[in-house]
Design a protein around this ligand. Structure first.
Ligand code: PGA
Length: 258
């Protein structure tokens, strides 16, 4: 089953509104050939403050917008929080949930990630659910247990229909922002394992679910990762902040061909 490659830029807590608009405009104007030639799907995830202006700027383009987080209730007395319903209103189509930085700095548990993912789907959006082991877990031979735990709890109560709308991002914590990318073999091994486990949970639908790799993705390593049979896209942090780098990542096929 063919899965449309998905390339996502996570801008984290970077960019003023003016800077975000500039970056979004350059990306929009530079990626058209890649989207046409290879049919890739491109998404950017600006900070909350820039979501609405960036979504407006990208309206009618081939670049979609994601939020980096959300709350699970649709509205209410939850000072400082933003619901998936609100994100749908400002033009988002995806929401990243369970990023390792949220797990680490904001103590998000798999149970909370599950509530968020369900709220995203209920709002008519698609969750990009992040999972991944730490270096200590990998060294202790616990990688598979960790991934299974995150998937089992994060996807608790999911039906095949819900899974179909969901994207999984495998981001080994030791590779995020460290410059230490997983080898293509390590990425493929983890992705194949994830797909196999998801298949045991939810069946055939999993063949169409995209599994992204994240962690120190750069223009130079994208084509190698994308060549792996179970790597269906990338979730890019640092390198997505520079238009030139992100555009090269999106156009990875041209680099691979030259
Ligand atoms: P990085 O971040 O590309 O800077 O390693 C990836 C991520 O956190 O999604």
């Amino acid at each position: 089953m063919s899965r449309r490659p998905l390339l996502v830029g996570n801008w984290k807590m970077h960019k003023t509104v003016a800077e975000a608009l500039e970056l979004a405009t350059t990306i929009k104007n530079s990626i058209a050939p890649a989207v046409r030639a290879d049919g890739v799907e491109v998404v950017v995830a600006p900070p909350y403050t820039a979501l609405h202006p960036v979504a407006k700027r990208l309206e009618g383009s081939t670049v979609a917008v994601a939020a980096q987080n959300c709350y699970w209730e649709p509205q209410g007395a939850f000072t400082g929080e933003i619901s998936a319903t609100m994100l749908a209103e400002v033009g988002c189509t995806y929401v990243i949930v369970g990023h390792s930085e949220r797990r680490q700095h904001f103590h998000e548990t798999d149970a909370l990630v599950n509530l968020k993912a369900k709220a995203v789907l209920k709002a008519g959006l698609r969750p990009i659910l992040c999972i991944g082991e730490t270096a200590a877990e990998r060294d202790a031979g616990e990688m598979r247990n960790r991934l299974v735990g995150q998937l089992a709890e994060g996807l608790f109560g999911f039906t095949p229909e819900m899974m179909e709308q969901t994207v999984i991002a495998y981001e080994p914590v030791w590779a995020i922002g460290t410059g230490r990318v997983a080898t293509t073999e390590q990425a493929q091994e983890a992705h194949r394992f994830i797909r196999g486990y998801l298949h045991s949970l939810l069946g055939e639908v999993v063949k169409s679910v995209r599994i992204l790799y994240g962690g120190s993705v750069k223009p130079g390593n994208t084509a190698g990762l994308m060549a792996q049979p179970d790597v269906d896209g990338v979730l890019v942090g640092g390198a997505s902040l520079k238009a030139e780098d992100f555009v090269q990542i999106v156009r990875y096929n041209e680099a691979a061909a030259s």
